[in-house]
Design a protein around this ligand. Structure first.
Ligand code: CP
Length: 318
């Protein structure tokens, strides 16, 4: 497997299963990789909140012997301008054209978390923030969840599926579930493209109007009935997302879409997955998430090995 220039989406990897295998070998042979990147530095830049991504990526860097700085843009930094040719007489004090190369001059790898605005579909789907760091920082960029994808989450999801699957090509169902707030499409987009790139059998089930961009879902079976989609499933991955077509809108809050025991009973004794954080008894019932088939904590634990594999390949010499 060749080195990663950036880790922005599944397209950054030649073979996502090889990267997942590397993460698994890092989990099972941690001593082999300890301090293997000593002397290198990582800056994690957060435009949005995080628990798992922040801590697991720091832990991954520590395991490799890297030094880490965390920068919360909203609290600690100047507000950044990303548009070209703007007269900067408003509240944005610094342009990305200066900020990114300055950060790039201090660190070897830069991680960015910048969620979708859910107001401007064009700039969100053009990945304005992430791509500005790619363009101007001069350093490898690690996507910590961008407007359209969350590859570290998807890599951990693939790792966790590999650890639990009992058949060569499991049936995986990505199910929309209700949520009181407007959420981006990054996790379901990313999960879909990774699962499809790994050649697993993917069904996406959602209410009408919640179809994701075909850029990420081409090759998946699309369903509008949880009862039908859950039949014979090996993994159920629950997630809420807002509408892609009616961009950023909540079109349904129907509580009948919550994942409960009755629905899980239709599956082939499926494992339950979610990226966390999760709203109990809104997305999923207590009974399901607390059951022996729930692997949400395994997914979260594996985040550190996914991040470790990505950092290792980003910092590999040519
Ligand atoms: N799943 C995930 O990315 O969690 P955080 O938002 O807490 O980082």
């Amino acid at each position: 497997m060749s080195k990663l220039n950036h880790f922005l989406s599944v397209k950054s990897t030649e073979n996502p299963l090889e990267l997942a295998d590397l993460a698994l070998s890092m989990k099972n042979n941690s001593g082999n990789f300890k301090d293997s990147r000593k002397g290198l530095s990582l800056c994690l830049i957060f435009f949005n909140s995080s628990l798992r991504t922040r801590l697991s990526t720091q832990k991954a860097a520590f395991n490799l012997g890297m030094d880490v700085a965390v920068f919360n843009v909203g609290e600690d930094g100047w507000q950044l301008e990303f548009d070209e040719g703007v007269v900067m007489n408003g509240n944005k004090a610094e342009h990305i054209k200066e900020a990114a190369p300055v950060i790039g001059s201090y660190f070897d790898i830069i991680g960015i978390r910048a969620f979708a605005s859910l107001e401007n579909k064009i700039s969100d789907y053009q990945e304005q923030v992430l791509n500005a760091f790619v363009k101007y920082s001069g350093k490898p960029i690690l996507n910590l969840e961008s407007a359209t994808t969350h590859p570290l989450q998807s890599l951990t999801d693939v790792v966790t599926i590999l650890e639990h699957k009992k058949v060569a090509r499991p049936k995986i169902v990505l199910s929309w579930a209700p949520h009181p707030r407007t959420l981006p499409q990054a996790v379901p987009n990313s999960f879909s493209e990774w699962v499809l790139a790994c050649k697993f059998d993917l069904t996406i089930v959602q209410p009408k109007g919640y179809e994701l961009s075909e850029e990420f879902t081409k090759g998946a079976t699309i369903s509008y009935s949880q009862e039908e989609a859950f039949e014979g499933a090996d993994f159920i991955y629950a997630k809420n997302w807002s509408s892609y077509t009616d961009y950023g809108k909540i079109l349904s809050s129907d509580p009948k879409w919550m994942i409960d025991r009755e629905k899980m009973d239709r599956t082939a004794n499926a494992f339950f997955m979610h990226c966390l954080p999760v709203r109990r008894n809104v997305i999923v019932s207590d009974e399901v998430i607390d059951s022996a088939k729930s692997i949400v904590l395994k997914q979260a634990e594996n985040r550190q090995y996914a991040a470790q594999a990505a950092l290792f390949k980003l910092s590999e010499m040519e």
